[in-house]
Design a protein around this ligand. Structure first.
Ligand SMILES: Nc1ncnc2c1ncn2[C@@H]1O[C@H](COP(=O)(O)OP(=O)(O)OP(=O)(O)O)[C@@H](O)[C@H]1O
Ligand SMILES: [Mg+2]
Length: 194
């Protein structure tokens, strides 16, 4: 099996919704190998989030191709795209997007419940507990997001992104909202997970 997990070919994204033509991505050729840890840096407005939204199939390119395990994202039907979202990739954003009324444990369970609504709840909860333990939150399972610190919330979001055992985790400034110490801890956590 090839080690190449994700590839983009001549990827472009032009925004014209606002009337003016904004050429943000101008032919990006990118490759990510399995198990690779990749950091994308660039000035504000340079197109990092635009790129992540495309490879995460949250947006469609103006032209060019995105291949996941050799499969063209643009040619996937809606079923395959759902599968890509729920099984192949996990997302962590700058702001955690946790569900406010759900505990840490319940939040981590959500992706598994969506993927498989009739799955064994006990198994799902036990995997969620394991993941929360792995991110250092074994004593915070029943806390609501508002009862967690910023760094703890981001760690819950990381555990949630890992719930369905994805091949790639995309993180868009996951520590952008944290103080220096927590940002460092979160970055360490990503390296460990990888
Ligand atoms: N839907 C849209 N319509 C029009 N312009 C957009 C749209 N989305 C993004 N842009 C523009 O594209 C450019 C790149 O945005 P993007 O969010 O990818 O930047 P970024 O590199 O993630 O920046 P930051 O570091 O500030 O998060 C910005 O100038 C933005 O205004
Ligand atoms: Mg951004």
């Amino acid at each position: 099996m090839s080690n190449l997990l994700l590839e983009t070919k001549a990827l472009t994204r032009i925004f014209s919704e606002t009337g003016e033509r904004l050429e943000i991505l101008k032919g990006v050729d990118f490759q990510l190998q399995r198990n690779e840890f990749c950091v994308l840096t660039g000035a504000s407005g340079s197109g990092k989030s635009t790129f992540l939204n495309l490879v995460g199939a949250l947006d469609t390119p103006t032209s060019g191709e995105i291949l996941f395990e050799g499969k063209n994202l643009g040619k996937m039907n809606s079923f395959e795209k759902d599968e890509y979202h729920s099984k192949k990739v996990g997302f962590v954003f700058q702001f955690h997007h946790l569900l406010a009324e759900f505990t840490a444990l319940e939040n981590v369970c959500v992706p598994a419940r969506i993927l498989n609504p009739h799955g064994n709840l006990k198994e799902v909860r036990s995997r969620a507990e394991e993941l929360l333990e792995r991110v250092g939150l074994k004593d915070r399972l029943k806390h609501l997001p508002r009862e967690l610190s910023g760094g703890e919330r981001q760690r819950v979001a990381v555990a949630r992104a890992l719930m369905n055992n994805p091949d790639i985790v995309f993180a868009d400034e996951p520590s952008g909202n944290l103080d220096e110490k927590n940002a460092r801890l979160l970055n360490e956590l990503f390296k460990q997970i990888n």
